[in-house]
Design a protein around this ligand. Structure first.
Ligand SMILES: [Cu+2]
Length: 173
């Protein structure tokens, strides 16, 4: 008996499988950490990264000195403890590298700075901007942003080093 819809049904099954495989791939990407690195120059090598909700952001300290990750609202200066953490220093490149992992589930733009090497200065009304901490080593204001988004296009523009747990040759105390 001729079954005109058999081919269509098979195509449907294949399409469904591809869709499932795509979902599995998307899940794998969502679970892959995005790395942010620090070294003795006292800045965040990837100051802006985008992640899916719940995707881990792992701060890796390739420095002898410690750094903090302190969340704040640029418009009000209010603290945002959802990000807060710290990463200890380590004696050298061959030693264990301390890390700090944060998972943010709510889409939004999250600002943070290192309170060891930057300060928040008032700009207008209650608004603040990170600035270089007087007396601290380094050139700039040690600060960054995490964008939590369901848009799959944004994480694709993350810097290539954000996919590496350790950046070769980057250690500097
Ligand atoms: Cu710091």
């Amino acid at each position: 008996m001729h079954r005109p819809f058999a081919g269509l049904r098979l195509a449907g099954v294949i399409a469904a499988l591809c869709l499932l495989a795509g979902c599995a791939q998307a899940r794998a990407i969502a679970n892959a950490p995005v790395y942010v690195h620090m070294n003795g120059s006292n800045d965040f090598l990837e100051p802006i990264v985008a992640v899916r909700p719940g995707e881990p952001v792992v701060f890796v300290n390739q420095d002898t000195g410690m750094h903090t990750i302190v969340g704040y609202d640029p418009l009000t200066g209010a603290p945002d403890a959802a990000i807060d953490g710290m990463v200890a220093g380590t004696p050298g490149a061959g030693h264990h590298l301390p890390t700090y992992t944060v998972r943010l589930t709510k889409p939004g733009v999250y600002a943070y700075y290192c309170s060891v090497h930057a300060v928040l200065l008032k700009t207008f009304d209650h608004a603040v901007q990170p600035a270089h901490k007087p007396g601290a080593d380094g050139l700039g204001s040690m600060a960054g942003y995490i964008i939590v988004t369901t848009d799959p296009a944004l994480p694709k523009s993350n810097p290539p080093t954000s996919r590496e747990r350790i950046v070769p040759g980057y250690f500097g105390g």
